[in-house]
Write a protein that binds this ligand. Structure first.
Ligand SMILES: NC(=O)c1ccc[n+]([C@@H]2O[C@H](COP(=O)([O-])OP(=O)(O)OC[C@H]3O[C@@H](n4cnc5c(N)ncnc54)[C@H](OP(=O)(O)O)[C@@H]3O)[C@@H](O)[C@H]2O)c1
Length: 289
């Protein structure tokens, strides 16, 4: 049975991926910490000796690297750590393992002037998160022809252990009756973890390599995304206030028109991006079941 080692496995995408892949493959989940009630191995990818040791013990056939600092503003304030995790960590995995690595990256490798973007568009990151993720892609692909970079954007689920999900923040804030200001000028095609997990699963089966983009079926701004969340989760839309990126003043500059075109994966893996409301409804139904 194919053995897959996942790094950053206890984040939101790791959870969905592990759930999907465990029926088909032998999975070893690794993370910075092992949350209570979960099983796995501790693996900080910035530690080369530990990478070598864990890979040597597990002897995986494929590695999926989800380990990342996903807080874009925290990356901006801590360039060294962002590069250490994204570039140093990726190099550590690549130098410790000769099999295929699937590595997750982001639409933030583009400047956001005219998204959504396809795989052949020119990269031009405007913040530390994007710069370090682009450098991580290069570290993974340079001289390697069996590795795959999957770029994703605004990945979401409802999962209490992650800070990385916009959906969590909107649902929790509205449930607590808190007013939230949401930017109405940053555009993406938000992507459900389960949808991305299926792309990763099929990419393993098809032994895909190079760079591939995935995002779900609707390109919209964050304010409209928040309204759709409130609608499906039956929460008070009046608590959501539109704000411009300039007014909000986030620490890291943001690409404004981001998002990813998905034709390549659609054709190659025979997949259709799911409609946003269908995914939100599936998450809500799962939470209530
Ligand atoms: N979330 C998004 O909107 C988004 C968009 C585009 C691409 N992506 C990419 O998708 C991948 C998965 O993201 P996600 O949404 O699942 O984020 P997440 O929930 O924040 O998961 C990332 C995981 O990486 C772990 N991690 C951080 N530093 C590490 C290190 N040095 N060694 C090992 N693990 C480490 C984190 O652990 P702690 O929580 O303990 O720090 C966390 O469990 C990432 O590569 C991310 O860049 C995400």
């Amino acid at each position: 049975m194919t053995h897959i080692l996942i790094t950053g496995a206890f984040g939101q995408l790791g959870r969905a991926l592990s759930r999907l892949l465990s029926s088909q493959y032998l999975i070893t989940n690794t993370g910075l910490n092992i949350p209570e009630g979960e099983t796995g191995l501790i693996l900080d990818i910035t530690n080369l000796m530990l990478c070598r040791e864990v890979i040597n013990i597990v002897k995986p056939d494929v590695i999926i690297n989800l380990a990342s600092l996903t807080n874009v503003d925290a990356c901006e304030s801590n360039t060294e750590l962002a590069f250490s995790v994204h570039v140093g960590g990726t190099k550590n995995l690549a130098s410790s393992f000769s099999g295929p690595i699937i590595h997750l990256s982001t639409d933030y490798v583009f400047n956001g002037e005219n998204g959504p973007y396809s795989e052949n568009d020119t990269t031009d990151p405007i913040n530390v998160y994007g710069l370090s993720k682009l450098a991580s892609e290069k570290a993974l692909l340079d001289g390697q022809n069996n590795n795959l970079v999957i770029r994703a954007n605004v990945v979401y689920d409802y999962y209490v252990r992650t800070q990385a999900s916009f959906l969590n923040w909107v649902v929790d804030s509205l449930n607590e009756g808190k007013e939230i200001s949401v930017v109405n000028d940053q555009w993406n095609n938000p992507t459900w973890t389960d949808s991305l997990a299926v792309v990763i699963q099929r990419s393993i089966d098809r032994e895909l390599f190079g760079i591939a983009h995935w995002g779900d079926g609707e390109w919209l701004n964050r304010f409209d995304f928040a309204l759709k969340i409130a609608n499906v989760f039956k929460l008070d839309k009046k608590l959501i206030k539109p704000i411009s990126t300039d007014e909000l003043g986030q620490v890291a500059p943001r690409p404004m028109k981001g998002g990813l075109k998905t034709e390549y994966i659609q054709k190659t893996l025979n997949l259709e991006p799911p409609p946003l409301e269908e995914s939100l409804t599936a998450i809500k139904d799962r939470l209530e079941s």
